[in-house]
Design a protein around this ligand. Structure first.
Ligand code: ATP
Length: 315
């Protein structure tokens, strides 16, 4: 199967003859999904491979590709999906595998963005739903689907407890971020972005740089356009403490542009830490870099989506 735009919708060829597998993280979310995953997988002709440690889904996805699996479910949260994609990238098998997320994590942000409601729905969409060619983000060779975040929110996302994540979902990161803002040391960064042949440069003190692939962070948080070949980039400048909560509320809840927030679209982006290395959160996984080069691989993922998925969400 290639990565053409809409590969198949309801009523297309049956998946019965295809090799189908699920990679499942038994520990993700509330950790009580394994029985139903085995039952559904059995009913639908999928083999199941369980992870037994962090990072294991990378190897299992790589093996699945090497063994000729055509349809692959990633069952867990955003971290498990990221690892599965990493395995497919390493196996150079993105073009050969139809991928689906079977949400069993805590926040399940990517599943929500793709309109996949829960595990059984994920199986149904993987077997019978539409498959779209979605952009993949790559940061210094490492793939990500949802976002790459530098600064305040990277700290916040590492510090956010699963209890808070469970209660507030995507807003948890913002809430924790605002709580931490008082003690946060801003980033001294230089950013260079390219879109449509034009270069945009910014340097100065920022609270955070938010690079969304399937996710946007400003003008109401939610799904970004994940088929436009562009990142949705937000730079939140250092600002007086008194403005922070007001601007967060204006951006997140009221969907307004504000003075200290810059937003642009880019297909390539370089972020350099000028006075120290920067912590980046790549789909929730933290790593430290002096500089990071981000690129979009347009339409690289063939992913099953649900009926609520919007190929072109408008502001
Ligand atoms: N068997 C395992 N034991 C312990 N950790 C595991 C195991 N399998 C995977 N992991 C790790 O668990 C981490 C969290 O998984 P995941 O992100 O899928 O779930 P979550 O954090 O509950 O959900 P979300 O990311 O949607 O909030 C991942 O970083 C993954 O590497």
């Amino acid at each position: 199967m290639g990565s053409s735009t809409t590969v198949r919708t309801d009523g297309g060829a049956s998946t019965d003859a295809l090799e189908k597998r699920v990679v499942v993280n038994p520990e993700s979310g509330s950790g009580d999904h394994l029985d139903s995953v085995y039952r559904l997988a059995n009913e639908r002709g999928y083999t199941v491979c369980e992870t037994d440690r962090a990072g294991h889904a990378v190897d299992l996805a790589h093996e699945a590709a090497a063994e000729g699996v055509d349809v692959l479910g990633a069952c867990g949260g955003d971290g498990t999906l990221k690892e599965v994609i990493e395995g497919l990238v390493a196996a150079e098998a993105l073009d050969d595998v139809r991928l689906g997320v079977l949400p069993a994590g805590t926040a399940n942000i990517v599943a929500t963005d793709l309109g996949i409601e829960e595990i059984e729905h994920g199986f149904a969409m993987l077997d019978e739903g539409a498959v779209r060619a979605l952009d993949l983000g790559v940061a210094d060779g490492e793939p990500f689907v949802k976002s790459c975040v530098a600064g305040l929110t990277a700290d916040a996302s590492a510090a956010t407890t699963s209890d808070v994540k469970e209660r507030f979902g995507p807003l948890a990161f913002v809430i924790t971020g605002v709580q931490q803002a008082a003690t946060f040391d801003p980033l001294d960064v230089a950013i260079e972005a390219v879109a449509d042949g034009e270069t945009w440069s910014w340097s100065g003190e920022a609270l955070c740089v938010l690079v969304g692939n399937s996710r946007r962070f400003t003008n109401r948080i939610g799904q970004a356009n994940v088929e436009d070949g562009l990142f949705d980039v937000t730079v939140i400048e250092e600002m007086p403490q008194s403005d922070r909560v007001t601007e967060a509320i204006a951006q997140q809840l009221l969907g307004r542009d504000t003075e200290h927030v810059d937003r642009l679209f880019a297909r390539r982006l370089q972020i350099v830490g000028c006075d120290r290395s920067i912590d980046f959160s790549l789909d929730g996984e933290i790593s430290t870099h002096d500089e990071l080069d981000l690129q979009v691989r347009p339409g690289a993922l063939s992913m099953a989506v649900g009926p609520e998925y919007d190929p072109d969400p408008t502001d």
